[in-house]
Design a binder for this molecule. Structure first.
Ligand code: FES
Ligand SMILES: [Fe+2]
Length: 375
C-alpha cells in the first residue's frame, strides 16, 4: 500500500478510535463543514408539520413558513435541549413543547418567553436557536452546515443546481442509505473497477465485457473531471443513443468536494444530466441522493427501474463491506483504478489544510492525467 493510501485510511481509522474513546461529537468524524448538503426532499415538508433530518450528526428540524420559505434549525431548544420538533409551528415560529419559548423559523431568533414578567430584563431577542442557511433546489431542501460553534458566513455560494439544457425535460429522484463512513460512500461512488462485478446485468454489461480503458482526467476547482469522451462501447444504452441521434455521444463526469458527482451526456439535441451526492448522516451512515433529468424519449418508470437496480447493487455491496470494516482491516488503494479515490483524500486534506492556515488550497493534480484500468 502506498503511503498516501496508508495515510488516507489510517487517518480515518484513528479518528474513529478517538471518538470511540469518548472524545465527543465534535471530535473529528471526517466531515467537511461549510458546504451545502441535501437534508430532505422538498415534498417532505408540507403545511405546518415539522420534519426532522440529521446531517453530519447534527439533528435538524425543518419546516416551511406560510409564505413557502423552507428553514432549518438545530433540533434542540436552547433552553433545556428538548427537540423543537416536538413543538408546534404556526407558519412563522416554532413553539417549544416544554416552556413555550417561541423561535422565528427563518432566523432562529427567540420571539417570546411566556414565563417572563414585567419585572424581567432578559433580552429575549438576543437568544437564538441554532439555525442554518436553507435553500430549495432541484426538489431538495439544502442546508448549509456551518462549522460547529461558528456563525454562518455573511456570503455563501448558492446551493448546487443540476445542469439542464432545454426548457422541457423529465426529472426523477432516488435515494438509498449506506451503512458506511462518508469516505467509503464517496470512493465507492467514483470507483471504476467494481462495475463488471457488482453491476452485471443483461441490460448493461456482462463480466466478460471487461476490457482495458484509458481515461483522461483534469483538475477543476475543488475536484477533478473525467474529460469529455465517448462512453464505453460495452454499454448498450450508449449504443442505442448513438443509433438514435446519429451524432457522437460525449460524456463528462465531474467530482467536486464535498460529495458531488455529476455526469452530463450529450448527443445531438438530446441530453441526460445526473447528480449523485453522498451525504454524511452520522459517521457510520451516509445517504446517496440521486437526481437525473433528460430530454430523451425515455420514460421515467423505465429509467427508475434500471437506476434502482444499480443503487441496490451498490447498497448491497456496501452493507457487506461494512461487515468487514467493523473489524478494522488494513486497506489498500491501487493505481490506476483507485487514483480518483486518492485524489479525493488529497483534496479533502488540502482543503482542511488551507482552511487551517488561511492559504490558497493546493490541488493534488498538476495538470491533465491519463489513467488506465480494466473494467
Ligand atoms: S426547553 Fe424549550 S422552552 Fe424550555
Ligand atoms: Fe456502483
Amino acid at each position: 500500500m502506498s503511503e498516501a493510501a496508508r495515510t488516507a485510511f489510517g487517518e480515518s481509522r484513528e479518528a474513529e478510535q478517538d471518538n470511540a474513546r469518548g472524545a465527543g461529537a465534535s471530535a473529528d468524524a471526517g466531515f467537511l463543514w461549510d458546504f451545502w448538503y441535501p437534508a430532505l426532499r422538498s415534498s417532505q415538508i408540507r403545511g405546518r408539520t415539522l420534519s426532522t433530518a440529521m446531517l453530519l450528526e447534527v439533528p435538524l428540524v425543518l419546516g416551511r413558513t406560510s409564505d413557502g420559505r423552507a428553514f432549518a434549525m438545530r433540533d434542540a431548544c436552547p433552553h433545556r435541549g428538548i427537540p423543537l420538533s416536538y413543538g408546534r409551528f404556526d407558519g412563522q415560529s416554532v413553539e417549544c413543547s416544554y416552556h413555550g419559548w417561541r423561535f422565528d423559523g427563518c432566523s432562529g431568533r427567540c420571539v417570546e418567553i411566556p414565563s417572563l414578567t414585567s419585572q424581567d430584563k432578559l433580552k429575549v431577542d438576543r437568544i437564538f436557536a441554532g439555525h442554518y442557511p436553507c435553500e430549495e433546489r432541484d426538489g431538495y431542501i439544502w442546508v448549509h452546515m456551518t462549522s460547529p460553534g461558528m456563525r454562518a458566513a455573511e456570503k455563501i455560494a448558492a446551493a448546487p443546481a443540476l445542469a439542464t439544457f432545454s426548457e422541457k425535460y423529465k426529472i426523477t429522484h432516488l435515494e438509498c442509505e449506506l451503512p458506511s463512513h462518508i469516505d467509503h460512500g464517496i470512493i465507492g461512488l467514483m470507483d471504476p473497477a467494481h462495475g463488471p462485478f457488482v453491476h452485471q446485468s443483461w441490460f448493461w454489461r456482462s463480466k466478460r465485457s471487461i476490457h482495458e480503458k484509458e481515461k483522461k482526467f483534469e483538475p477543476i476547482p475543488n475536484g477533478f473531471r473525467m474529460s469529455p469522451h465517448s462512453p464505453s462501447t460495452n454499454s448498450a444504452p450508449y449504443q442505442l443513443l448513438k443509433k438514435m441521434t446519429g451524432a457522437p455521444v460525449t460524456t463528462t463526469i465531474d467530482f467536486v468536494l464535498p460529495n458531488i458527482r455529476t455526469e452530463e451526456i450529450r448527443s445531438g439535441k438530446f441530453w441526460f444530466s445526473s447528480r449523485a451526492t453522498v451525504t454524511p448522516v452520522r459517521r457510520d451512515l451516509c445517504r446517496i441522493d440521486f437526481v437525473a433529468a433528460w430530454n430523451l424519449p425515455l420514460p421515467v418508470t423505465i429509467f427508475r427501474m434500471f437506476a434502482k437496480t444499480f443503487l441496490r447493487q451498490d447498497q448491497e455491496t456496501m452493507i457487506k463491506q461494512a461487515e468487514g470494516l467493523k473489524h478494522n482491516p488494513r486497506l489498500m488503494l491501487i493505481d490506476d483504478a483507485d487514483r480518483p479515490a486518492k485524489w479525493y483524500f488529497a483534496l479533502k486534506a488540502n482543503l482542511l489544510e488551507s482552511r487551517r492556515t488561511g492559504t490558497a488550497m493546493e490541488h493534488p493534480m498538476d495538470g491533465p492525467v491519463t489513467l488506465h484500468w480494466r473494467s
